[in-house]
Design a protein around this ligand. Structure first.
Ligand code: TMP
Length: 245
């Protein structure tokens, strides 16, 4: 049985419920969207279902390609079962193309393709506004040892390679994304959280003009409108690709 137990945690975009098997949790995707550390908030009807669908497809693809993840199964339109994990309190951002915060903090112009993919770490701490971290700070705070951090970086580069290829088939350019990882009950590091247009940037290679190219949460961040249409388009391309392979 997959009945949602008590609410364990409510985040900005997901709720986590207990599962009768204590090694598992049920994760429900919400329609809420936030940006700029929740300074901006809105609700988009249908976003939870779309993100659950997109994230499920991406996690299944990564699992097929031997990436360790928390994902177990999708149980309804907006819920999945996942391994219960202890979250590692860092956000791992990988950038293929400079956009967003990196353009405010460096001299990279928006849209510059980076020579090599870049990984940036941020502390998962809303009250500190998720500050940028260094490897030494991560180690000094006791979050991860150097070799664990190296493993996490290698895994992130591999995930990027797999996903860049995946999205290229869908005529989508993977600009950047944010990942979260956790420790499972066997003390293994696994990919956790979600992979959806809420936490990545995807540009439509078929877009007719620049205003149409973002198919991700930048539509909300930058008041471009059409968020549900954009997420639906990604979901449609994924489903079309899944049914043709
Ligand atoms: P940034 O340009 O704000 O640094 O964002 C880089 C990527 O990380 C982008 O795909 C959005 C994603 N992201 C999150 O998923 N959560 C966050 O809290 C932030 C700041 C970024």
């Amino acid at each position: 049985m997959n009945i949602k137990g008590k609410l364990i945690y409510e985040g900005k975009a997901k709720k986590i419920f207990a599962h009768e098997d204590l090694d598992k949790v049920i994760i429900e995707f919400k329609d809420d969207a936030t940006a700029f550390n929740a300074a901006k908030k809105a609700k988009f009807e249908g976003k939870g279902i779309l993100n659950c669908s997109i994230s499920t497809s991406i996690f299944k693809y990564l699992i097929e390609n031997k990436i360790p993840t928390h994902f177990l199964e999708r149980i309804d339109e907006k819920s999945i079962i996942a391994q219960k994990i202890e979250i590692i309190p860092i956000e791992v951002v990988l950038r293929n193309t400079a956009y967003g915060s990196i353009c405010k903090q460096t001299t990279f112009l928006p849209g510059t393709v980076l020579k090599d993919p870049l990984i940036d770490f941020y502390l998962k701490n809303d009250s500190l506004n998720d500050p940028l971290l260094t490897r030494d700070r991560i180690s000094l705070m006791g979050i991860l040892k150097f070799e664990e951090l190296k493993y996490l970086e290698d895994l992130t580069f591999l995930i990027n390679k797999l996903l860049k290829e995946y999205f290229l088939n869908l005529k989508l350019d993977l600009i950047d994304f944010k990942l979260e990882f956790g420790w499972n009950k066997n003390k293994e590091i696994v990919l956790a959280d979600e992979f959806s247009p809420d936490n990545c940037r995807l540009w439509d290679m078929k877009a007719k003009n620049v205003k149409m190219k973002s198919l991700d949460k930048d539509r909300f961040r930058n008041d471009l409108g059409g968020l549900i249409n954009a997420y639906s388009e990604i979901n449609k391309r994924i489903n079309h690709f899944n049914s043709s392979t």
